[in-house]
Design a binder for this molecule. Structure first.
Ligand code: NAD
Length: 426
């Protein structure tokens, strides 16, 4: 290719998250029957918006940031997916995260398409006021794509309920009325849902426990190893702990810690809130990255970023079940290694779907202006996820494939059925 030409953004040569997603679609294609005719639609995002996000910093300087919103597919309903603030955010990553949302929403059968957004920024370098300005300007810039019946953002890495509140307020100011349903994961005071903060971590537990039941692995006394102790990792740790399991190691961007006696998730949460990371937690010893990945355990929960389980560490992992809290933590090559070694992987599109399920419930409550109790919400979450897990397990058994391929078979069939029934316009 001549040096002055950029590669196509949907290039098959992509490595990284978009390449991982494309190879997952390749694996599902033989199972799609007549619907395979439509499969190309899954390999191309429907819409991509790249925006410049300029803000005035507290020191008076003007800074510019790259912002993205990708709607991968809207065949089954409006776009739905989180917003990530991270210094490594780039288009192929946002495309892959949007595509996994399409698959996830269809796998658990909530009536959404898939979308994702992000800003290429390290939010730790911003003051609170700068964070508010960048959030508001980004929201205004992507305002032409989002809306309660068009595309509904939610929290992801480094974004939270406060950021959703600023997004909801900015969008509402621009349209001239309070629009609570434009984002989910909001504070309760403006139409958020009880149970949303812990929903993803709770869902990791629910699906992992279902897999454990099939393998006769007891939860009581089970050893848990977690990468990532943010929204997802923290809630997963607390839920496992509450059911009698023992968190024996946690890693985050500051390092890894381990304790055979078990780590109290609440004490660790307080330490992380004060110290900014798990490093230095008094109740555990520091361990190296290589040792972290080869700890013997019943459950390994990657709950940080993509591409963490690779050819380099997959053969050393000594877990019975890998429950993917993060999106795309396992590369296809590593997936094969884990499968050949007989580990069970509960794939991201199922294991971390608890967040989007309660986001869906939040959105429904906002439309109805009628709110359910936390018990009712958790019951809905548990039911939807358990039913999805059982039907996907059935498909895995029927075709002799992994849970990931089975989840993709179920999801892609639903998306492509919708595409085929709607037909092509014009
Ligand atoms: P978060 O920002 O709350 O936490 C991220 C965690 O990852 C932090 O503990 C951070 O220290 C850790 N981390 C970052 N870089 C790391 C590195 N290089 N090595 C080790 N650890 C690192 O984010 P979150 O909302 O908990 O999201 C975590 C993952 O879960 C992401 O893949 C996200 O897409 C996925 N997810 C989140 C939700 C949700 O509801 N928040 C829903 C579904 C999936």
């Amino acid at each position: 290719m001549p040096a002055h030409l950029l590669p196509s953004y949907v290039s098959r040569e992509q490595v990284g998250p978009w390449g991982t997603y494309l190879s997952q679609i390749d694996r599902v294609e033989p199972f799609l029957g007549k619907l395979a005719r439509w499969v190309e639609t899954l390999k191309r995002p429907k819409r991509i918006l790249i925006v410049d996000v300029p803000i005035e910093l507290d020191n008076g300087r003007i800074a510019h940031f790259e912002g993205y919103r990708v709607q991968h597919n809207t065949s089954r309903g409006p776009g739905k997916g989180g917003v990530r603030f991270h210094q490594d955010v780039a288009l192929p990553e946002v495309m892959a995260l949007a595509a996994w949302m399409t698959v996830k929403n269809a796998a658990v059968n909530v009536p959404y398409g898939g979308a994702k957004g992000g800003i290429r920024v390290d939010p730790a370098t911003l003051s609170l006021k700068e964070l508010e300005r960048i959030t508001r300007r980004y929201t205004s810039e992507i305002g032409i794509l989002i809306g309660p019946d068009k595309d509904i953002p939610a929290p992801d890495v480094n974004t939270n309920a406060q950021i959703m509140a600023w997004m909801m307020d900015t969008y509402s100011q621009n349209v001239g009325h309070a629009s609570t349903g434009v984002v989910t994961g909001k504070p309760i005071a403006i139409g958020g849902s009880l149970g949303r903060t812990d929903a993803t971590g709770r869902g990791v537990f629910v699906t992992a426990a279902r897999a454990a039941r099939n393998l006769s692995v007891p939860i009581e006394g089970a050893r848990i190893v977690l990468q990532g102790f943010g929204n997802v990792g923290n809630a997963a740790a607390r839920t496992f702990h509450a059911h009698g399991a023992r968190v024996i190691a946690v890693a985050d961007h500051t390092g890894a810690i381990a304790s055979g006696a078990g780590i109290d998730p609440e004490a660790l949460r307080l330490h992380v809130a004060a110290a900014g990371g798990v490093r230095g937690f008094p109740g555990a010893q520091a361990i190296g990255d290589a040792d972290f990945w080869q700890l013997e355990c019943e459950f390994l929960v990657p709950a940080a970023l993509e591409g963490q389980i690779t050819e380099a560490n997959a053969s050393r992992i000594r877990a019975k079940i890998v429950a993917e809290g993060a999106n795309g933590p396992t590369t296809p090559q590593a997936d094969d290694i884990l499968g050949e070694r007989g580990l069970t992987v509960v794939p991201d599109v199922l294991a971390n779907a608890g967040g989007v399920i309660v986001s869906y419930v939040e959105w429904v409550q906002d439309f109805a202006s009628y709110f359910w109790s936390e018990t009712e919400i958790n019951a809905k979450l548990d039911r939807i996820l358990t039913e999805a897990f059982d039907s996907i397990s059935g498909v895995a058994r029927q075709h002799g494939v992994t849970l990931r391929t089975a989840a993709f078979i179920v999801a892609c069939t639903r998306v492509l059925e919708a595409r085929a029934i709607r037909g092509l316009y014009p």
